[in-house]
Ligand binder design. Structure first.
Ligand code: SF4
Length: 429
């Protein structure tokens, strides 16, 4: 049967509206009872998100100034730059990402939001071989066997187990198995852990596939027979199998490729799907899925876009990702939405000629070795918009409070207009 890449998830028809959506990570938890705070749960990250740090002020090269002057200087900087990189987009709602894309196209800028798959030469697995995926709620409600594939959801997605694994399943007791370096759950009659190294994941996927289909496997490194027979027995007994995996830790992309093949084969026999978790709290923002989807629809790839052009962009994984562009000195200006991502800070710290930085942020950025302009915007908590949860579900964010500062989207629109004015004035002269 031919295999085609899965389409990006279509947004739900009726996105749920909650006045309490936590944007602390890509789970976008919206299950709080009315009037309750995300800190009512055991999620420590939600508490940090609610009480997050110092608000930004508008500055040019460290000097506090008016919005007017900062916009003019930012537009001049962007127009004077040889090549700009637009980055940090995972913090932004979909509406702001749309305006940032228009700006990038006007500047013929590179775009990369720092997604881990963009920095590896094989690029995203979904683009190479497709993936059979499902919503988190399908995992919660249907999967009576969950296999954690060399991942530790608690480390990256604090409430994932509580919300989608620990709740009871109507068809009976859920069995869980973890394969890899972390047990994920304590061992019990319902949970087994098989310790495997990263290198053992690919042959294990192939052995499981062959054993499930009762086909001989040749030239594969041997795995403990007990592992294969126990996991295959569990897969045969299950009515529906969900695999939870991590994209961030698969640096070569081979493990996710092997898992995608295994899940596809299983899905020919019974309901089976994969939940490829993104970076969660390490993704650089809660809307990494929204960023990936927006860029894929507009440019044909989720990041590492060498030149933003909606009529045809070049996708260069491990070439045009943010860190490499900075390391190679191929960009002289960064337009950053939100706080500076860790990879960008590291790149600036080691660059021979650090690029100028224009940061549109609600949090005071740490000083870096660059000439920096800060355009202070309203807190994400005071901004309406829409984001995509990591499984593609559309979540509407309702502001919790108000701000006198412009929203990120409004600031990008003002900057776009200022660039238009200044480039027009330049042409007239
Ligand atoms: S898991 Fe993520 S979205 Fe959910 S409450 Fe914690 S930080 Fe917020």
């Amino acid at each position: 049967m031919p295999t085609t890449p899965s389409q990006p998830h279509a947004p739900s028809q009726s996105p749920p509206a909650s006045d309490t959506v936590c944007t602390g990570c890509g789970l976008l938890c919206d299950d709080y009872a009315a009037g309750h705070q995300p800190t009512d749960t055991r999620c420590l990250v939600a508490g940090q998100w609610l009480n997050s740090a110092t608000a930004a002020t508008t500055t040019v090269f460290g000097r506090q100034t008016s919005l007017e002057e900062a916009l003019t200087k930012s537009a001049s900087q962007l127009l004077a730059s040889q090549r700009t990189l637009v980055t940090g987009l995972a913090t932004a709602p979909l509406e702001a990402i749309g305006v940032a894309s228009q700006l990038a196209e006007k500047l013929a800028a590179a775009i990369d939001g720092g997604l881990a798959e963009m920095a590896r030469t094989t690029g995203p697995t979904i683009a190479r071989v497709g993936e059979v995926t499902a919503a988190f709620e399908e995992l919660r409600d249907r999967a009576d066997l969950v296999i954690f594939w060399n991942c530790d959801p608690s480390a990256t997605h604090p409430r994932f187990l509580e919300r989608f694994i620990e709740s009871p399943i109507s068809s009976g007791r859920r069995q869980t198995i973890s394969l890899g370096g972390t047990s994920v759950l304590p061992s019990s009659a319902h949970h087994r852990h098989f310790q495997l190294t990263d290198e053992q994941m690919v042959p294990t996927a192939r052995l499981l596939q062959h054993a499930f289909e009762k086909r001989p496997a040749q030239n594969l490194a041997t795995q403990p027979e007990l592992l294969i027979s126990e996991v295959v027995a569990a897969m045969q007994q299950a009515n529906c199998i969900g695999f939870v995996s991590a994209t961030e830790t698969d640096h070569l992309g081979l493990s996710s490729w092997a898992l995608a093949q295994l899940v596809r084969r299983l899905a020919h026999h019974k309901p089976a799907f994969q939940i490829p978790l993104g970076g969660g709290i390490a993704a650089g923002g809660p809307n990494a899925a929204g960023l990936a989807t927006r860029c894929t629809w507009r440019y044909g790839s989720p990041g590492a876009i060498a030149t933003a052009d909606c009529d045809g962009s070049r996708f260069e994984p491990a070439e045009a990702d943010a860190r490499r562009l900075i390391d190679r000195g191929e960009v002289d200006c960064l337009l950053v939405l939100g706080p500076l991502p860790a990879a960008v800070k590291e790149g600036i710290a080691t660059a021979q000629n650090p690029p100028a930085v224009i940061a549109l942020t609600d949090l005071a950025p740490e000083p870096v070795r660059s000439q920096m302009i800060v355009l202070a915007v309203a807190s994400a908590r005071a901004t309406a918009g829409t984001m995509l949860r990591e499984d593609g579900r559309l979540v509407r964010i309702i502001p919790r409070g108000s701000s006198a500062l412009p929203t990120l989207e409004a600031m990008l629109t003002m900057l776009n207009e200022r660039i238009q004015q200044q480039s027009g004035a330049g042409e007239e002269r």
